[in-house]
Design a protein around this ligand. Structure first.
Ligand code: ADP
Ligand code: ASP
Ligand code: MG
Length: 405
């Protein structure tokens, strides 16, 4: 069982979570309870780090930012003990959850199960594990990226071959789109691992992308449930387990996008390679790409990347002029964009999905700046000010406001 930040925001919410844990214990289950930091705590800690310096030591960032989860784990263990439940808190390094040393964005490599199994065998009923944390080979604390407690939960479920992995959050489950943006979004009873992976990686923060990847690889029975409600939530499962397949299952968006256009690049073989080579060397996370029609032997190359990387990308391109054998006349940046994506396994077998998407946006007078597609998703970059209108009109165009499943 994993409880997110809003579900453990204060002691009374923690007690509510503890009652759910108690019910599972009473049904004869042994529980690994993964907890997030109390709502707002991680943001607050990150803010403090940033106040010291914008160029900080990532190892200390992790030491600081991981502490929110440590506090919740201890408090939850105490609350459970006060209810007569045999429980103990565990930090990432105590299990240990071994990770790479990519501080602030580490990946889990190995989870030791022996310590907890021994404790369960000697009477422990609930192991409260601080989410988000791991430990590197250098014995430094690491963190798993924003939203990383989801990944702790799924990874532990896989390592311990748990019956289920229940992720408790502040909405009823996975919706056709963010219910906070589109009030008539519908909760999905089931969603395939593949669709959930696309939704998560394209911006739906309800599950961290890496957690879905792990659930898919290890076939973890993953549910998303509301901490404050009683519904059945959403089951993330194999495509074959979903009877009624829809063309589009969900719409998602990301505001953390910027568009850069490299104007006047020579249109000849190898140029795109030279441009993107220098961006790759600067670790720029290039997402969508278009190249305009060439005129007078010159072309414009447009790409999108996270807003936070614009400065580094511009610097890399400027330096690339001398190191990477290309030239351009100017760089045009646009930070006021958003990416909207529609996702659905039904796209594999249905034509006309792109047409519906583009026509719908056209009808609302929303200009499409960049397009990218994969087998089960179509993404477009638009002006950020139209984000809500775009999501809502696409939601309607694909009939998602009607009850599904
Ligand atoms: P937690 O703190 O429990 O980990 P998060 O804030 O990380 O919760 O994730 C839950 C939030 O994800 C919801 O409050 C909702 O606004 C947002 N969200 C975005 N897209 C979706 C979606 N398609 N379905 C459900 N929630 C979504
Ligand atoms: N507390 C961390 C964050 O806010 C991890 C998590 O909640 O999943 O990103
Ligand atoms: Mg989360």
């Amino acid at each position: 069982m994993k409880f997110g930040g809003t579900s453990v925001a204060d002691l009374s919410k923690m007690k509510g979570a503890a009652l759910r844990v108690q019910a599972e214990v009473e049904s004869g289950n042994q529980i690994i309870l993964i907890v997030s930091a109390m709502a707002g705590t991680t943001d607050d800690l990150i803010g403090r780090v940033g106040q010291i310096s914008s160029l900080y030591d990532a190892r200390e960032y992790d030491a600081i930012v991981s502490s929110g989860e440590t506090v919740t784990a201890g408090l939850m263990a105490l609350i459970l003990q006060s209810m007569g439940i045999n429980s103990r808190s565990w930090q990432g390094w105590q299990i240990p959850i071994n990770t790479t040393d990519d501080h602030s964005n580490a990946r889990i490599r190995k989870i030791e199960t022996g310590n907890l199994i021994e404790k369960f065998a000697s009477g422990m009923q609930v192991a409260v594990v601080a989410g988000f944390q791991g430990v590197s080979d250098n014995s430094r604390i690491t963190t798993l990226g924003r939203g990383g407690s989801d990944t702790t939960a799924v990874a532990l479920a896989a390592a311990f071959k748990a019956k289920r992995c229940d992720i408790y959050t502040d909405v009823d489950g996975v919706f056709t789109t963010d219910p906070r943006i589109t009030p008539n979004a519908q909760k999905l009873e089931k969603i395939s691992y593949e669709e959930m992976l696309e939704l998560a990686s394209l911006g739906a923060k309800v599950l961290q992308t890496r957690s879905v990847e792990l659930a898919m690889s290890y076939k973890v029975r993953l549910r998303v449930l509301n901490s404050f409600g009683s519904g059945s939530g959403t089951l993330v499962c194999d495509e074959e387990d979903i009877m009624e397949k829809r063309i589009v299952s969900g719409i998602t968006f990301s505001k953390d996008e910027a568009k850069l256009t490299v104007v006047g690049v020579k249109d000849k073989p190898g140029m795109a390679g030279n441009v993107f080579d220098c961006l790759a060397k600067a670790s720029i996370n290039v997402d969508m790409i278009i190249q305009n029609i060439s005129e007078d032997g010159l072309t414009d190359v447009t790409f999108s990347c996270p807003t936070s990387q614009v400065g580094v990308a511009k610097k890399a391109l400027e330096q690339g002029k001398s190191t990477n054998n290309f030239n351009y006349s100017k760089l045009v940046e646009d930070k006021q964009v958003a990416k909207i994506s529609i996702v659905g396994i039904g796209m594999r077998s249905h034509s006309g999905v792109a047409q519906t998407m583009f026509k719908t946006l056209g009808k609302e007078n929303i200009n499409i700046k960049v397009i990218s597609t994969s087998e089960i998703k179509i993404s477009v970059l638009i002006d950020r000010k139209y984000l809500e209108l775009a999501v809502q009109s696409l939601h309607e165009a694909f009939g998602l406001e009607k009850a599904l499943n």
